[in-house]
Each structure stands twice: as C-alpha cells, then as structure tokens.
Design a binder for this molecule. Sequence first.
Ligand SMILES: [Zn+2]
Length: 238
Amino acid sequence: MTGQRLGSQSWRSLATLDASLLVVPLGATEQHGPHLPLDADTRIASAWADRVAARLPGAVVAPPLPYGSSGEHQGFSGTLSIGQQALRGVLIELVRSARHSFELVVLLSGHAGNAEPVTTAVTQLRHEGHRLIALFPTWDERAVGSDVDAHAGRVETSLLLHLAPETVELDMAAVGNTEPLDALLDDLRSGGVASVSPNGVLGDPAGASPAEGQRLLDDLVDRAVAATGEYLRSHADL
Ligand SMILES: [Zn+2]
C-alpha cells in the first residue's frame, strides 16, 4: 500500500484530497559498503514514508530529499554530502513553506547522521510555533541478533533485499568493523568511517534476508504511525 504523492497532484487536486499532513522522507547519498547502493537511505526513507502516509488519513508524501549530512562517509567514492548547516537551513525553509499548506509535517530520516541538524531544525521550528515531528529508524536489538549494526550491516542489507533486491550485490557483502559504536566515536569524528572500516561497513551483513527487511520496515511504519497519532492526540486542536 502506498500513500498519495504530493508530486503527482496539481494544486487543485490537492485541495480535493483534504490533505492536512505532509510526510517528508529524508535520505542521503553516501557509501553503503561494497554491496549496497549509494541511495540506500533515500530508498528506505521513501518506502517508510509511503507506507506511513498510506495509513494516516489526510497524509501525502513529499518528494524525498536525496542529500543529507554525510561528511563521515566522504572518504568513499560517490558520497555527496550537503553538511549539517545546509541541511538545517533546508529543513527550516522547507517546513516553513510546507506549513502554508499543511497542519503538520512529519520528517522521516533514513540516515542517522542527519540527527544533529534535524534536531536543531525541529527545535527552531517549534520555537516559531510550527507543528512537526521528526523520527529516525530505531531497531529492536533482538530483531537482528546484535546491537552492533550501525551502517550497511544486517539491518540495511535486509531492508534493501526487501525493497530493491536488484541493487544488492550479496556476493560483495563482507563484515566490517563490529566494535560497538561508542568505542569508535572518537576515531569516527576525527577520521570518518574510512579510518575505522576500510570497506565502509559498521556491522556485519551476514544473515540478512528480505523477510527480515519486511519485518523491520513494518515495525518502523507501526511506530511512526503510533508516534504521529500520539502527537495529533496531544495537539487535539489540529
Ligand atoms: Zn544507511
């Protein structure tokens, strides 16, 4: 099931949809190991947003933002980062503009590295009186059998096997750095992912499957629908 797409509407047809809620997928264009595509996060965010919008009355899906804050992946070919400051600016302007047409904006980020600019943009926008929520993927550790799966490991490989198997080169998949993220943070900040993982993977893709990807995505969708419902209930004047 997919949601209504903003980009496919005219301004006139949008009015007949009675759309009040805009779901915006936030992606990234960054390396995802030797086996996953550079647009992995954008694909995950788009699929997430599509399924969330399908379950929320009055929701439409914005075109995805395909760039994010990915400086930590710059050591790998093909990574295109707009950095924290630009992303923060884009989100602030985008939500200000969206709020002329929509009561509520839901930002769904497929890329954890967007956290800092997204969080500061949300703080600023709420201060201005705008209504929005921002969510990031979180995984139940038991669902994937490991708490070390930060990037291009089993979780993202399963999601891509479910969403776009033709983009996954499973024979190229290999274990990366499997140390807990906390232990790597200092090195990540100073030297980026390349300094701790030559193949760009933080975690291990072994065991990934399309069925697991579907389960993980369903769970993400359930939680985003619940979080949006919760926000709407606590702002009942919407
Ligand atoms: Zn990713």
